[in-house]
Design a protein around this ligand. Structure first.
Ligand code: GDP
Ligand code: IMO
Ligand code: MG
Length: 428
């Protein structure tokens, strides 16, 4: 039985929750394997709208066991708030399982995220300010705090002391901030211990057993391919592996178990924060897309940068992730355009290049080469089969499919859960 991965194919906010929803009634486990509360998933169910940051969107499906695995960084305060908020709305969150190996975001990580960004000035990344980068940096630097440390006061104190010894020098001498007290951090983290304890397990073992028992496990990636720390537009990326390989290392299951890789891709492109974005529109059509697509960040409320569909990015994502199926979202947003530009290649220093250049400087200077496709006027939000779409919308999807490196198995035509056209099953 399948272990399925969902990944963002662009720069995030592709509507990953929508794909989760499509197969939710068939899944037994949903796993968040990377990132932390930098993610923002908006899921609309009937009249209810849920904004999730740390928890995987699969938590909204009754009967599913949500798992936060080792690759995630957890801000315990945010975790408790998010659980309480869902609980208050009648969502059963009692099954949540958390890896003992996941790293903990503390007060000093959040502070460092903000002050380092400020010091970068023009070169700033535009992070979400949630402490993500500094927490992963500590993990790689082997000075991180893990969830299991919260259950051993002696170890916890030792580790926090070790970390703060360095960081307080930085905070005080370089960044001109006050020093952070060891006690303050330790006391706060210990205050979560009793509530956390029953949730913490060896999630790698749990998932291994689930797969051995033929359960369906969905790995829900946060962020996206172009924000991946290895494969994205470094340094304008997040600090984790948001691509499909991250599902294996971020959860401890074997790579060969992943039988399907679903790439979520918008019918146009958006990006939050700094960094290259070849098809970006800084004119009124960019604003039109932003308004029509409600492109404002779920986590920070920032207006998202907007631009046309970029096929080299789609092909790159298809390759890096091994995408078996794309879910094309927000096709409805394009309704009403007379013609729709699609970037089919780039021009770099006068030369046409078909794929993303390996040099970041070249990518910064890449100019999109556009092909234009005829638009449609009809409201498509009620379409539930491919044939329900106007001919021109069908042609647009087929053209994207032909140049994107994998089949377009489902098409989103509106924000609500059921506003989707399914062309091929995402599981069988
Ligand atoms: P995520 O970060 O990938 O989970 O995506 P976000 O939740 O940040 O952003 C996607 C937004 O698009 C959400 O507000 C969804 O409700 C909305 N959305 C998803 N699919 C569609 C679609 O097909 N059409 C429209 N109009 N909105 C959609
Ligand atoms: P979802 O899961 C869009 C961006 C930030 C910034 C960069 C680094 O909703 O698709 P970080 O706080 O992670 O160190 O910021 O990554 N970013 C996202 N952009 N959607 C997200 O998540 C993002 N998570 C991080 O804007 O440019
Ligand atoms: Mg989002």
């Amino acid at each position: 039985m399948p272990a399925v991965v969902i990944v963002g194919a662009q720069w995030g906010d592709e509507g990953k929750g929508k794909a989760t929803d499509l197969i939710a009634d068939r899944i037994d486990y949903v796993v968040k394997f990377n990132g932390g509360n930098n993610a923002g998933h908006t899921v609309v169910i009937g009249d209810e709208k849920y904004a999730l940051h740390l928890l995987p969107s699969g938590i909204l499906t009754p009967g599913v066991t949500p798992v936060i695995s080792n690759g995630v960084v957890i801000d315990p305060e945010v975790l408790m708030e998010e659980l309480d908020a869902l609980d208050a709305r009648g969502i059963d969150v009692s099954k949540l399982v958390i890896s003992s190996h996941a790293h903990v975001i503390t007060q000093y990580h959040r502070t460092l995220d903000r002050v380092t960004e400020r010091f970068l000035g023009k070169r700033q990344i535009g992070t979400t300010g949630r402490g993500i980068g500094p927490t992963y940096a500590d993990k790689i630097n082997r000075v991180g705090i893990r969830i299991q440390d919260i259950f051993d006061e002696g170890i916890l104190r030792q580790k926090v002391e070790g970390a703060l010894e360095q960081k307080n020098h930085l905070l005080v001498k370089i960044y001109n901030r006050r020093a952070i007290e060891v006690d303050e951090v330790v006391t706060e983290l210990l205050s979560y211990a009793d509530r956390l304890r029953p949730m913490v397990h060896d999630t790698a073992l749990l998932l291994h057993q689930a797969l051995e028992d033929d359960k369906v496990v969905l790995f829900e990636g946060g962020q996206a391919t172009m924000l991946d720390v290895d494969h994205g537009t470094y340094p304008f990326v997040t600090s984790s592996n948001a691509t499909s390989g991250g599902a294996a290392t971020g959860s401890g299951i074997a790579p060969w178990r992943l039988s399907r890789v679903i790439g979520i891709i918008k019918a146009y492109t958006t990006r939050v924060g700094s960094g290259p974005f070849p098809t970006e529109l800084e004119d009124e059509s960019g604003e039109w897309l932003r308004q029509r697509g409600s492109e404002f960040g779920t986590t920070t409320g920032r207006p998202r940068r907007t631009g046309w569909y970029d096929a080299p990015i789609a092909r790159y994502s298809a390759r890096i992730n091994g995408v078996t199926d794309f879910v094309l979202t927000k096709l409805d947003v394009l309704t009403g355009l007379e013609k729709i530009p699609v970037c089919v290649a780039y021009e770099v220093e006068g030369q046409r290049v078909e794929e993303i250049p390996w040099s970041q400087s070249d990518f910064h200077h890449a100019k999109p080469v556009y092909e234009y496709f005829p638009g449609w006027e009809e409201d498509i939000s009620g379409a539930r089969s491919f044939e329900d779409l106007p001919d021109k919308a069908q042609s647009y999807v087929l053209a994207l499919e032909a140049m994107s490196g994998a089949r377009m198995s489902a098409i989103g035509v509106g924000p609500s859960r059921d506003a989707i056209i399914q062309r091929h099953s995402l599981l069988d």
